[in-house]
Design a protein around this ligand. Structure first.
Ligand code: GLU
Length: 507
């Protein structure tokens, strides 16, 4: 069997959507699993839709995720160039070969004539508005015009396209690795343009020619390309490349969280979650990426891999090598995968928990320093230890623990209004007085003092905890309270309680 070669072939028309990243990932996993090659090919034949920064965005995204192509525009390789605009000389010859063999034809119709054709077909209630075996007979093309006329038009510089000549009655069939047999009748197909009037190929022609010349063995791509696949199969037949035609695998869609339709940028905006790997600028607005939200690349890949692929075991956490090992196209689901941001967050949490403490301590120290605080290493270790299980992103180690760095400036009213009772204040006052003269180092030492005060005053712990928390942090929720006390230190705890007592009105 020939060496497995797959390609990721994005068009640089904007930021790479999460579905595109997943396509890249599955191609990569499949290549590595089979000791094959993973190619990045930039399909930039549609100059009208091209966006200048998109190619860089694609490269940066793959780079962030560690999905490294074996061959690409930047890296080169034996089958280059890998950017279609650098290959434009190649395609014309194949379009002309098809014309020569009667499998394609020149068409001279103007945009108005094409509109008029569709209008006529609509009025006649035709079953399709396609340019096809029936409608083409009414149009200006090399099948209806004489050879001399065609030559004259071409010589005089009249714009033309080359269209594929779809047979009238033929069944096109192929075996999709995910969907099984797909059968389409040629009468439903359109005589698609292969070469445009600007001399550049359309996606269809360039894609097939390149896959053939680059010896691609498997085409793994999004479901949105399934309707184009019969045309591609026909092109392989017409060009005489059927023997080496790649296998096709069309990946299921990534669906909205409620499962109703394809996940879109609008969903991301509506729910406030990222769907692009990296942030990008849209006009004045920044569209937030997974990276900038704080996702680890390996956690994001793990989440993405399982969005449509089911390894068939209970295992959820996969390193990239484990994914490669377990990956197979047969285990890709047929139906769409619902996007679930909670799951993405869960993966990030798991990866964060597994990071070495030193890495998190360094991160917290860095964040504190960016915010103008120097932090003692022992204190940083203690904060990381306390916060690690409570955060999804490493930046939360600082942002959810800000109270360690400065005393609250105000107090959450929804807490103080019900929990700041005379009873609680009485306990806190006594507690703060006691601890200010003691040397306390552990949560338990603090707890023992508090229990003693509670006992003396005859008050239950539950009546005081929220008030204690709000006095120290300004908020009603946060990390383990007893665990937080030694980090703040007895002096600071006592001072904050005093400050709260003099500021907060009793409930
Ligand atoms: N250029 C197409 C895209 O933008 C590639 C489709 C394919 O993989 O054949 O997705």
């Amino acid at each position: 069997m020939s060496k497995v070669r797959v390609r990721f072939a994005p068009s640089p028309t904007g930021a790479l959507h999460i579905g595109g990243v997943r396509t890249a990932l599955y191609n990569y996993l499949f290549a590595k699993k089979n000791n094959g090659d993973f190619i990045l090919r930039i399909e930039d034949t549609d100059k009208k839709r091209e966006v200048q920064w998109a190619e860089n965005y694609i490269n940066n995204s793959l780079n962030w995720l560690g999905i490294e192509p074996d061959e690409s525009p930047n890296k080169g390789g034996d089958f280059g160039p890998y950017k279609q605009s650098d290959r434009s000389e190649i395609y014309r010859k194949y379009a002309l070969q098809l014309v020569e063999e009667g499998k394609a034809y020149y068409a001279f119709d103007t945009a108005e004539e094409l509109d008029a054709m569709r209008e006529r077909l609509k009025v006649a209630k035709a079953s399709s508005l396609n340019y096809n075996a029936i409608s083409r007979t009414q149009m200006k093309n090399s099948l209806t015009l004489s050879d001399d006329e065609v030559e004259r038009r071409i010589k005089s510089g009249e714009p033309y396209v080359i269209r594929i000549c779809i047979p009238l009655k033929e069944e096109i069939r192929f075996n999709d690795l995910i969907r099984g047999w797909v059968v389409v009748h040629s009468s439903t197909m359109d005589d698609k343009v292969l070469l445009k009037s600007d001399g550049l190929p359309t996606y269809h022609l360039a894609n097939i020619v390149d896959d053939h010349l680059m010896k691609v063995t498997h085409v793994i791509r999004g479901e949105e390309w399934l309707p184009s696949a019969p045309l591609h199969v026909l092109l392989y037949q017409f060009l005489g490349w059927e023997d080496t035609m790649p296998s096709f695998a069309h990946l299921p869609l990534i669906l909205k969280p409620d499962g109703n339709g394809k996940l879109s940028k609008r969903d991301a905006e509506k729910h406030g979650f990222p769907i692009f790997p990296l942030s990008w600028k849209e006009g004045e607005n920044m569209v937030q990426g997974f990276k900038e939200t704080g996702y680890y690349p390996d956690a994001f890949l793990n989440f993405l891999a399982l969005l449509g692929w089911n390894p068939g075991t209970e295992q959820e956490i996969f390193s990239i090598d484990e994914m490669i090992d377990a990956f197979s196209i047969e285990k890709i689901n047929k139906s769409g995968a619902k996007f679930d941001i909670q799951k993405a967050e869960w993966f990030n949490q798991q990866y964060l928990k597994n990071k070495p403490d030193e890495e998190l301590v360094a991160e917290l120290t860095e964040q504190a320093s960016v915010n103008g605080h120097t932090i003692d290493q022992n204190k940083a270790v203690a904060i990381v230890y306390l916060m690690k299980d409570r955060v999804t992103f490493s930046w939360e180690l600082y942002s959810n623990a800000k109270f360690f760095f400065h005393a609250p400036e105000d107090y959450d009213q929804s807490v103080t209004s019900s929990k700041w009772t005379p009873e609680a204040v009485n306990v806190l006052k006594a507690f703060s007085e006691k601890i200010s003269s003691l040397k306390l180092d552990t949560p338990d030492e603090f707890k023992q003092v508090l229990l003693k005060v509670l006992d003396e005053k005859g008050v239950k712990m539950g009546k005081v905890m929220q008030a204690l928390r709000v006095s120290l942090t300004g908020e009603g929720a946060g990390p383990d309270l007893m665990g937080s006390l030694p980090i703040l230190g007895n002096k600071e705890v006592a001072e904050r309680i005093q400050q709260a007592i003099s500021t907060i009105k009793a409930a």
